[in-house]
Ligand binder design. Sequence first.
Ligand SMILES: *Cc1c(COP(=O)(O)O)cnc(C)c1O
Length: 255
Amino acid sequence: MTTTAPAGDDERALLADRLAAVRARVADACAAAGRDPRSVRVLLATKTVDAARVRAALAADAAAVEADGTLAPVLIGENRVQELVAKGPALADLGPVTHLIGPLQSNKVNAALRWVSCVESVESLALARRLAGRCADRATPLDVLVQVNVSGEPTKHGVTLDAAADLATTVAALPGLRLAGFMTVGLRSPDPAAVGAGYAALAAVRDDVVASGEPGTSEARELSMGMSGDLEVAVRHGATLVRVGSAVFGARPPA
Ligand SMILES: *Cc1c(COP(=O)(O)O)cnc(C)c1O
């Protein structure tokens, strides 16, 4: 995050091309799965991308949406609260388009809530309760997704598949929050069948929770899953939100 100058025309054209390529991939995957392409939204994962490039991507997207009225505008996803807070003021005029997609420590809840319309990374009841406490007096509840570690890889965040339905049902009943669905970072593997098994398992949890009849669960249809490398697999298994970073912004500097 060093440059703050507005992105040039070349940069905007490149972002527009890559965004169009991602939308084409989503549309093809939907066609292959017999799904309506409007049932999948694209979220741009903007970690390490400065605010000027984020704006350039959103401007390119706005032009595409204007040209094709069937497209829904992209959303933004930030991983790190520090980055979210740093870029927040420069993006605030764009409206409630930003989701938090990374871990949230309890002492950063207030800072994060200032800038996001959805927290996709709810992975404990303690965090959900803290968010609920901060949102209890809002006119509209905060959208949240329960993050699930479908692969069981120890480096990944999220509640286990076994515990996901219980956490979701409890979260759904908290005032101040609206349970909108589930999020996962899939297995890192070149084998689409192995990756897809995790996504299918999460879709099954989602179906069970929505069908449970428990308070606040009926709108929990969102499945945020799939990234640049595996969005087709995720769409095949029901993703409603794919989170794409490098396919649009290029390779990131090493963390
Ligand atoms: C970085 C990131 C993405 C996007 O990853 P790409 O492979 O660059 O598309 C999606 N979700 C989360 C949680 C991320 O951290």
